[in-house]
Design a protein around this ligand. Sequence first.
Ligand SMILES: Cc1ncc(COP(=O)(O)O)c(C=O)c1O
Length: 362
Amino acid sequence: MAEEATDFGSHATSGQDVDLWHHGDAEVAPGLVDFAVNVRAGAPPPWLADRIAGALTDLAAYPDPQPARAAVASRHGRGEAEVLLTAGAAEAFTLLARVLRPRRAVVVHPQFTEPEAALRAAGHSVERVVLAPDFRLDPGAVPQDADLVVVGNPTNPTSVLHPATVLTELARPGRTLVVDEAFADCVEGEPESLAARSDLDGLVVVRSLTKTWGLAGLRVGYLLAEPALVARLAQAQPPWAVSTPALAAAEECSGEHALAETAAWARALARERRRFAAELDTIGMRVTPEAAGSFLLVQLPPGPERGRCRETGAKVRQALRERGIAVRRCDTFPGLGADWFRIAVRDRDTNAMLTRALSEVL
Ligand SMILES: Cc1ncc(COP(=O)(O)O)c(C=O)c1O
């Protein structure tokens, strides 16, 4: 059973008190409207689906990652030797955990739990730096001698976008700094992305293509790092780990057309996210400010039952399920408790339905 964290000062912990392997998809069931998973709802756009379907005629040959690698490198202004295509961002975390030998690994929480889970599965001990609401990053909270630091930007589940200037303060010789940018393209123009930075010591940027493009089932992502580390990670990767259709998707998603579509989507997302956050605020939910991702992190309003918030949170989630709605529980994220939920930003009508249901339940 997950322990509830109630101490919200920025602090370091090393416990394994939550289920790091819990993911939002476990909360979705047939018939429920899905606010729990952060993948863009529905199918990939037709031009992308067509390209992926076109790759099915090439399945007799082994995958050739070269064209996708070149497309990703060009999209981020990096050299091809700085790019490794992976079976989703998740594979990048596993490869890093298997290849690196950190003396002091630090994960900044609350964040996606897979990087810590992968590190632990590879036998490393992990320290946590747990940020307090509103989850802004103070580089001073990260131990000076940490030789591996993992941070998300924008962060899942807080939706907080850390400034690039703050993140770069964490980079230094002798340290691997992993920035998980799975949701970077939720922000138009990606102003805080470090993906193009080959000048920062030890920087690894991890990107996913599964969220924005509705491709979670295809498994496609990549990492950007200095060539020597990319070569070591590539050696640890199973042969042909990324399939031909996934490589075709990576190439297509790096092109001008895809980038223009992402920018337009990010603009519309920002509008609806602002509106939805304001609406949730009016019913008393505490919305983590300045959200930048495709989701909001919300906390139940304080009430007479606050002391029993674990039960209250579970009851609210259950009551929403009875109204046909799945939200993401957050007591599986270090630093959050059962009175926090992560809510995907859907279209206006769907979002309004959640606000109505939540206000009835509250
Ligand atoms: C922040 C973050 N990073 C990485 C991933 C993994 O993404 P992928 O589907 O590319 O493995 C997820 C998936 O939920 C995520 O939320």
